[in-house]
Write a protein that binds this ligand. Structure first.
Ligand SMILES: NC(=O)c1ccc[n+]([C@@H]2O[C@H](COP(=O)([O-])OP(=O)(O)OC[C@H]3O[C@@H](n4cnc5c(N)ncnc54)[C@H](OP(=O)(O)O)[C@@H]3O)[C@@H](O)[C@H]2O)c1
Length: 240
């Protein structure tokens, strides 16, 4: 939201915790709407609110997350259900609800955008990651299908897939609030991505000329050569 506001966008932030949204609104001049994007009722209310206050030129779907790091045989159905709901179901609900508004904006202004933040977990499985791998891969497949379904319409469909991003709550939520386990994940990793790094890509995707569709941008910290290969300690050129 900070990046888009700095680039001149009017932004409506959506999340469940109204207090955090209001603080951000005060800081960056955004507007907000508190909603649970896994709830059909909330998403309908969001769409009605945006229809009254729009136009809506872009949908950036960021809500998502991981719960648990268990092997498949030990996985909690509740965690898996949550991951499918927040990463996949919410993407479907919000896309379906906002497409009429995006089409209106595209009709009057030339084009509109949809952009989804998936993950490198959508591309490569890792032990203990299956629920999140499957949910993010599901969200990624929604993006692929949406681009085909919107063929012939001036609506861009983009996917941004980050590797390790050091945000305050993602790993904490995944590991059930265990602060020291969450800190260990990032321990001695030279410069994990930040939320601002991901935001830069989102801002670029939405600001590129209207005929340019960034299908998929994968970004990771240099220290993370692959989902399963993470260097800890300072990065040094060989021989130095
Ligand atoms: N951190 C990483 O390493 C990483 C890497 C790759 C991809 N990603 C993806 O990037 C996205 C953002 O992750 P993050 O690291 O910023 O995690 P985060 O700090 O946990 O942020 C998740 C955001 O989604 C909102 N949210 C969660 N459930 C929601 C719901 N049901 N309805 C509406 N909003 C909801 C949360 O706000 P409320 O709790 O107030 O609703 C919060 O703003 C996620 O899709 C994640 O899967 C993260």
């Amino acid at each position: 939201m900070r990046g888009l506001r700095a680039a001149g966008w009017d932004v409506v932030g959506v999340a469940r915790r109204a207090g955090r949204l209001e603080a951000l609104d005060a800081e960056v001049g955004s507007a907000s709407f508190a909603a649970d994007l896994t709830s059909e009722t909330d998403v309908e209310a969001l769409a009605a609110h945006l229809a009254d206050t729009g136009p809506v030129h872009a949908l950036v779907h960021v809500a998502g997350g991981a719960r648990g790091a268990d092997r498949i045989e030990d996985g909690s159905p509740e965690d898996w259900r949550w991951m499918f709901e927040v990463n996949v179901l919410s993407a479907q609900l919000v896309t379906a609800a906002l497409l009429p508004l995006l089409r209106d904006a595209a009709a009057s202004d030339g084009h509109a955008d949809t952009l989804f933040v998936t993950s490198t977990a959508a591309q490569t499985a890792y032990a203990g990651g299956a629920g999140y791998n499957a949910a993010k891969a599901g969200e990624s497949m929604l993006v692929h299908a949406l681009r085909l379904e919107l063929g012939g319409e001036p609506i861009r469909v983009s996917e941004v897939a980050p590797g390790m991003v050091h945000t305050p709550e993602f790993t904490l939520n995944r590991l059930g609030g265990d602060v020291s386990a969450a800190e260990k994940v990032y321990e001695d990793v030279a410069d994990p991505l930040t939320a601002a790094d991901v935001a830069d890509v989102i801002v670029y995707a939405l600001s590129a000329p209207g005929h340019v569709n960034l299908d998929l941008v994968t970004l990771r910290p240099v220290a993370q050569s692959a989902q399963h290969q993470l260097a800890r300690g300072a990065l040094r050129p060989r021989g130095h």
